[in-house]
Write a protein that binds this ligand. Sequence first.
Ligand code: SF4
Ligand code: MG
Length: 318
Amino acid sequence: NTALIAVEGLTKTYPGANGARVKAVSEVSFAIAPGEVLGVVGESGCGKSTLGRALLRLIEPDGGAIRFDGKDLMTLSKSGMKAARRDLQIVFQDPFGSLNPRHTVGGIIGEPLVVHGIGTSDSRRARVAELLGLVGLPEDAGKRFPHEFSGGQRQRIAIARALALEPKLIVADEAVSALDVSIQSQIINLIADLRRRLGLSILFISHDLSVIRHVSDRIAVMYLGRIVEIGPAEAIMESPRHPYTQALLSAIPRPGEGRARQRTVLKGELPDPANPPTGCAFHTRCPMAMPVCSADRPALVRREGGVADVACHLYEAA
Ligand code: SF4
Ligand code: MG
Protein backbone atom coordinates (compact mmCIF):
# COMPACT_ATOMS: atom_id res chain seq x y z
CA ASN A 1 0.00 0.00 0.00
CA THR A 2 1.60 3.22 -1.19
CA ALA A 3 -0.93 5.66 0.27
CA LEU A 4 0.46 8.51 2.36
CA ILE A 5 -2.76 8.58 4.35
CA ALA A 6 -5.47 5.94 4.49
CA VAL A 7 -8.67 6.61 6.38
CA GLU A 8 -10.98 3.69 7.21
CA GLY A 9 -14.49 4.02 8.58
CA LEU A 10 -13.90 7.40 10.22
CA THR A 11 -16.88 8.51 12.31
CA LYS A 12 -17.46 11.60 14.41
CA THR A 13 -20.64 12.29 16.34
CA TYR A 14 -21.73 15.29 18.36
CA PRO A 15 -24.32 15.44 21.13
CA GLY A 16 -27.66 16.61 19.71
CA ALA A 17 -31.02 17.46 21.22
CA ASN A 18 -32.66 14.99 23.63
CA GLY A 19 -29.52 12.94 24.11
CA ALA A 20 -29.35 11.97 20.42
CA ARG A 21 -25.99 11.75 18.67
CA VAL A 22 -25.53 13.72 15.48
CA LYS A 23 -23.30 11.92 13.02
CA ALA A 24 -21.21 14.68 11.45
CA VAL A 25 -18.98 12.16 9.69
CA SER A 26 -20.13 8.59 9.07
CA GLU A 27 -17.86 5.69 8.13
CA VAL A 28 -15.72 7.73 5.77
CA SER A 29 -12.92 5.87 3.98
CA PHE A 30 -10.40 7.12 1.42
CA ALA A 31 -6.69 7.23 0.72
CA ILE A 32 -4.36 9.89 -0.65
CA ALA A 33 -1.14 9.00 -2.48
CA PRO A 34 2.08 10.98 -2.07
CA GLY A 35 1.85 14.15 -4.17
CA GLU A 36 -1.87 13.70 -4.81
CA VAL A 37 -4.65 16.25 -4.29
CA LEU A 38 -8.02 14.92 -3.15
CA GLY A 39 -10.80 17.49 -3.34
CA VAL A 40 -13.69 17.13 -0.90
CA VAL A 41 -16.87 18.95 -1.90
CA GLY A 42 -20.33 19.24 -0.41
CA GLU A 43 -22.80 21.76 0.97
CA SER A 44 -22.09 23.56 4.20
CA GLY A 45 -22.85 21.20 7.08
CA CYS A 46 -22.02 18.01 5.15
CA GLY A 47 -19.18 17.18 7.55
CA LYS A 48 -16.20 18.06 5.39
CA SER A 49 -14.61 20.46 7.91
CA THR A 50 -15.19 17.97 10.70
CA LEU A 51 -13.45 15.38 8.53
CA GLY A 52 -10.45 17.67 7.97
CA ARG A 53 -10.07 18.45 11.65
CA ALA A 54 -10.55 14.81 12.67
CA LEU A 55 -7.66 13.80 10.39
CA LEU A 56 -5.28 15.88 12.52
CA ARG A 57 -7.17 14.89 15.68
CA LEU A 58 -7.87 18.54 16.34
CA ILE A 59 -11.19 16.96 17.21
CA GLU A 60 -11.28 13.37 18.40
CA PRO A 61 -12.99 10.91 16.06
CA ASP A 62 -15.38 8.41 17.69
CA GLY A 63 -14.11 5.56 15.61
CA GLY A 64 -12.25 4.45 12.55
CA ALA A 65 -8.60 4.23 11.62
CA ILE A 66 -6.18 6.83 10.25
CA ARG A 67 -2.92 5.45 8.91
CA PHE A 68 -0.52 8.25 8.04
CA ASP A 69 3.00 7.69 6.79
CA GLY A 70 3.26 4.31 8.48
CA LYS A 71 1.76 5.44 11.80
CA ASP A 72 -1.66 4.72 13.25
CA LEU A 73 -2.68 8.23 14.27
CA MET A 74 -5.62 7.06 16.39
CA THR A 75 -3.35 5.31 18.85
CA LEU A 76 -0.76 8.08 19.20
CA SER A 77 -0.27 9.82 22.53
CA LYS A 78 -0.46 13.60 22.74
CA SER A 79 3.28 13.97 22.22
CA GLY A 80 3.24 11.37 19.45
CA MET A 81 0.49 13.35 17.74
CA LYS A 82 2.45 16.59 18.15
CA ALA A 83 5.40 14.96 16.37
CA ALA A 84 3.10 13.63 13.63
CA ARG A 85 1.74 17.15 13.03
CA ARG A 86 5.12 18.17 11.68
CA ASP A 87 4.11 16.20 8.61
CA LEU A 88 0.42 17.03 8.70
CA GLN A 89 -0.68 20.67 8.61
CA ILE A 90 -3.94 22.56 8.13
CA VAL A 91 -4.80 25.89 6.50
CA PHE A 92 -8.13 27.44 7.48
CA GLN A 93 -10.58 29.68 5.68
CA ASP A 94 -10.17 32.76 7.80
CA PRO A 95 -6.61 34.09 7.79
CA PHE A 96 -7.69 36.88 10.17
CA GLY A 97 -8.78 34.47 12.85
CA SER A 98 -5.77 32.19 12.51
CA LEU A 99 -2.97 34.79 12.47
CA ASN A 100 -2.10 36.40 15.80
CA PRO A 101 -2.46 40.18 15.19
CA ARG A 102 0.20 41.05 17.80
CA HIS A 103 2.93 38.93 16.21
CA THR A 104 5.05 39.90 13.22
CA VAL A 105 4.54 37.88 10.08
CA GLY A 106 8.07 36.51 10.51
CA GLY A 107 7.23 35.43 14.05
CA ILE A 108 4.02 33.77 12.88
CA ILE A 109 5.67 31.84 10.05
CA GLY A 110 8.61 30.81 12.22
CA GLU A 111 6.49 29.81 15.21
CA PRO A 112 6.15 26.10 14.27
CA LEU A 113 9.97 25.90 14.12
CA VAL A 114 10.19 27.34 17.64
CA VAL A 115 7.43 25.04 18.95
CA HIS A 116 9.23 22.00 17.56
CA GLY A 117 12.65 23.25 18.68
CA ILE A 118 14.10 23.33 15.18
CA GLY A 119 17.22 25.32 14.29
CA THR A 120 18.83 28.41 15.77
CA SER A 121 17.32 31.87 15.63
CA ASP A 122 19.59 32.62 12.64
CA SER A 123 18.63 29.50 10.73
CA ARG A 124 14.98 30.12 11.52
CA ARG A 125 15.23 33.66 10.16
CA ALA A 126 16.75 32.29 6.97
CA ARG A 127 14.01 29.68 6.71
CA VAL A 128 11.31 32.34 7.17
CA ALA A 129 12.88 34.40 4.35
CA GLU A 130 12.87 31.29 2.16
CA LEU A 131 9.22 30.58 2.99
CA LEU A 132 8.20 34.16 2.21
CA GLY A 133 9.80 33.78 -1.22
CA LEU A 134 8.12 30.41 -1.73
CA VAL A 135 4.65 31.92 -1.28
CA GLY A 136 5.44 35.07 -3.29
CA LEU A 137 5.75 37.62 -0.47
CA PRO A 138 8.56 40.18 -0.23
CA GLU A 139 11.28 39.50 2.33
CA ASP A 140 10.45 42.63 4.36
CA ALA A 141 6.96 41.21 4.94
CA GLY A 142 8.47 39.34 7.88
CA LYS A 143 8.85 42.54 9.89
CA ARG A 144 5.27 43.67 9.36
CA PHE A 145 1.97 42.70 11.01
CA PRO A 146 -0.96 40.69 9.62
CA HIS A 147 -3.33 43.69 9.47
CA GLU A 148 -1.01 45.37 6.97
CA PHE A 149 -1.83 42.68 4.41
CA SER A 150 -4.77 41.96 2.14
CA GLY A 151 -6.87 38.79 2.52
CA GLY A 152 -4.99 37.02 -0.26
CA GLN A 153 -1.62 37.96 1.22
CA ARG A 154 -2.73 36.81 4.65
CA GLN A 155 -3.62 33.47 3.15
CA ARG A 156 -0.09 33.32 1.67
CA ILE A 157 1.22 33.92 5.20
CA ALA A 158 -0.93 31.08 6.56
CA ILE A 159 0.34 28.79 3.79
CA ALA A 160 3.96 29.74 4.51
CA ARG A 161 3.44 28.86 8.18
CA ALA A 162 1.86 25.54 7.22
CA LEU A 163 4.92 24.78 5.05
CA ALA A 164 7.50 25.73 7.69
CA LEU A 165 7.96 22.16 8.94
CA GLU A 166 8.04 20.67 5.42
CA PRO A 167 4.82 18.70 5.86
CA LYS A 168 3.85 15.80 3.63
CA LEU A 169 0.13 16.49 3.76
CA ILE A 170 -1.80 19.75 3.99
CA VAL A 171 -5.49 19.96 4.77
CA ALA A 172 -6.82 23.13 3.13
CA ASP A 173 -10.26 23.84 4.62
CA GLU A 174 -12.10 26.40 2.46
CA ALA A 175 -8.69 28.05 2.10
CA VAL A 176 -9.84 30.35 -0.70
CA SER A 177 -13.55 30.69 0.09
CA ALA A 178 -13.28 34.05 1.87
CA LEU A 179 -11.37 35.64 -1.02
CA ASP A 180 -12.53 37.55 -4.11
CA VAL A 181 -12.73 35.38 -7.22
CA SER A 182 -9.62 36.96 -8.86
CA ILE A 183 -7.59 36.46 -5.66
CA GLN A 184 -8.99 32.93 -5.33
CA SER A 185 -7.38 31.91 -8.60
CA GLN A 186 -4.02 33.37 -7.53
CA ILE A 187 -4.05 31.34 -4.34
CA ILE A 188 -5.25 28.22 -6.18
CA ASN A 189 -2.36 28.65 -8.63
CA LEU A 190 0.05 29.07 -5.73
CA ILE A 191 -1.21 25.88 -4.08
CA ALA A 192 -0.98 23.97 -7.38
CA ASP A 193 2.55 25.28 -7.90
CA LEU A 194 3.69 24.42 -4.36
CA ARG A 195 2.22 20.97 -4.69
CA ARG A 196 4.27 20.36 -7.87
CA ARG A 197 7.48 21.83 -6.47
CA LEU A 198 7.28 20.24 -3.03
CA GLY A 199 5.51 16.99 -3.90
CA LEU A 200 2.82 17.77 -1.31
CA SER A 201 -0.31 15.75 -0.79
CA ILE A 202 -3.37 17.92 -0.19
CA LEU A 203 -6.86 17.32 1.12
CA PHE A 204 -8.60 20.30 -0.46
CA ILE A 205 -11.96 21.01 1.14
CA SER A 206 -14.46 23.39 -0.50
CA HIS A 207 -18.19 23.84 -0.93
CA ASP A 208 -17.40 25.09 -4.44
CA LEU A 209 -16.96 22.49 -7.15
CA SER A 210 -15.64 25.13 -9.55
CA VAL A 211 -12.73 25.70 -7.13
CA ILE A 212 -12.20 22.00 -6.39
CA ARG A 213 -11.92 21.00 -10.04
CA HIS A 214 -8.93 23.26 -10.65
CA VAL A 215 -6.72 21.61 -8.07
CA SER A 216 -7.87 18.04 -7.61
CA ASP A 217 -6.58 14.77 -9.05
CA ARG A 218 -9.53 12.99 -7.47
CA ILE A 219 -12.76 14.33 -6.02
CA ALA A 220 -14.89 13.05 -3.14
CA VAL A 221 -18.46 14.32 -2.87
CA MET A 222 -20.00 14.37 0.61
CA TYR A 223 -23.64 14.47 1.61
CA LEU A 224 -24.83 14.39 5.23
CA GLY A 225 -21.55 13.05 6.59
CA ARG A 226 -20.91 10.37 3.98
CA ILE A 227 -18.96 10.18 0.76
CA VAL A 228 -21.51 9.50 -2.00
CA GLU A 229 -19.13 9.51 -4.97
CA ILE A 230 -15.34 9.43 -5.25
CA GLY A 231 -13.17 9.09 -8.31
CA PRO A 232 -10.80 10.75 -10.78
CA ALA A 233 -11.52 14.47 -11.17
CA GLU A 234 -12.21 14.23 -14.94
CA ALA A 235 -14.74 11.45 -14.40
CA ILE A 236 -16.53 13.38 -11.67
CA MET A 237 -16.56 16.60 -13.71
CA GLU A 238 -17.34 15.06 -17.13
CA SER A 239 -19.63 12.16 -16.26
CA PRO A 240 -20.82 12.39 -12.68
CA ARG A 241 -23.09 9.47 -11.79
CA HIS A 242 -24.51 10.21 -8.36
CA PRO A 243 -27.62 12.43 -8.73
CA TYR A 244 -26.26 14.69 -5.97
CA THR A 245 -22.97 15.19 -7.83
CA GLN A 246 -24.98 15.88 -10.98
CA ALA A 247 -26.98 18.52 -9.13
CA LEU A 248 -23.86 20.20 -7.72
CA LEU A 249 -22.28 20.20 -11.16
CA SER A 250 -25.35 21.59 -12.90
CA ALA A 251 -25.19 24.61 -10.61
CA ILE A 252 -21.83 25.84 -11.91
CA PRO A 253 -21.33 27.51 -15.27
CA ARG A 254 -18.92 25.76 -17.60
CA PRO A 255 -16.78 27.43 -20.24
CA GLY A 256 -17.87 26.86 -23.83
CA GLU A 257 -21.34 25.81 -22.85
CA GLY A 258 -24.37 27.76 -23.92
CA ARG A 259 -27.42 28.46 -21.88
CA ALA A 260 -28.97 25.22 -23.09
CA ARG A 261 -27.51 23.46 -20.10
CA GLN A 262 -30.17 22.23 -17.78
CA ARG A 263 -29.88 23.05 -14.15
CA THR A 264 -31.03 20.41 -11.70
CA VAL A 265 -32.74 22.17 -8.85
CA LEU A 266 -32.75 20.13 -5.68
CA LYS A 267 -36.09 19.97 -4.02
CA GLY A 268 -36.40 20.62 -0.33
CA GLU A 269 -33.89 21.65 2.29
CA LEU A 270 -30.85 19.81 3.52
CA PRO A 271 -32.30 17.35 6.07
CA ASP A 272 -31.51 17.75 9.76
CA PRO A 273 -28.22 15.88 10.35
CA ALA A 274 -29.56 14.84 13.77
CA ASN A 275 -32.32 12.97 12.02
CA PRO A 276 -31.01 11.82 8.63
CA PRO A 277 -33.36 10.09 6.18
CA THR A 278 -33.32 6.28 6.13
CA GLY A 279 -31.72 4.33 3.32
CA CYS A 280 -30.00 6.67 0.91
CA ALA A 281 -29.90 9.94 2.87
CA PHE A 282 -30.34 11.83 -0.41
CA HIS A 283 -33.69 10.20 -1.23
CA THR A 284 -35.77 13.12 0.10
CA ARG A 285 -34.25 15.42 -2.54
CA CYS A 286 -33.28 13.04 -5.30
CA PRO A 287 -35.07 13.47 -8.65
CA MET A 288 -34.38 9.77 -9.43
CA ALA A 289 -35.46 8.24 -6.11
CA MET A 290 -37.06 4.76 -6.23
CA PRO A 291 -38.86 2.80 -3.51
CA VAL A 292 -35.68 0.89 -2.61
CA CYS A 293 -33.86 4.15 -1.89
CA SER A 294 -35.64 4.91 1.39
CA ALA A 295 -35.25 1.30 2.56
CA ASP A 296 -31.64 0.37 1.79
CA ARG A 297 -28.51 2.43 2.05
CA PRO A 298 -26.49 1.96 -1.15
CA ALA A 299 -22.86 0.94 -0.62
CA LEU A 300 -20.05 3.18 -1.84
CA VAL A 301 -18.52 0.79 -4.38
CA ARG A 302 -17.24 0.75 -7.93
CA ARG A 303 -20.23 0.57 -10.25
CA GLU A 304 -20.54 -1.04 -13.66
CA GLY A 305 -19.42 1.09 -16.57
CA GLY A 306 -17.59 3.69 -14.50
CA VAL A 307 -14.30 4.46 -12.81
CA ALA A 308 -15.66 6.11 -9.66
CA ASP A 309 -17.09 4.59 -6.49
CA VAL A 310 -20.75 5.60 -6.27
CA ALA A 311 -23.29 5.11 -3.48
CA CYS A 312 -26.45 4.88 -5.58
CA HIS A 313 -29.00 2.17 -6.42
CA LEU A 314 -29.22 3.36 -10.04
CA TYR A 315 -26.08 1.39 -10.89
CA GLU A 316 -25.11 -2.23 -10.52
CA ALA A 317 -22.03 -2.97 -8.45
CA ALA A 318 -19.15 -3.83 -10.76
FE1 SF4 B 1 -31.23 8.88 -5.67
FE2 SF4 B 1 -31.79 6.40 -4.92
FE3 SF4 B 1 -29.41 6.94 -5.95
FE4 SF4 B 1 -30.06 7.81 -3.51
S1 SF4 B 1 -29.83 5.69 -4.18
S2 SF4 B 1 -29.06 8.98 -5.10
S3 SF4 B 1 -32.22 8.28 -3.78
S4 SF4 B 1 -31.40 7.10 -6.98
MG1 MG C 1 -16.71 24.14 6.74
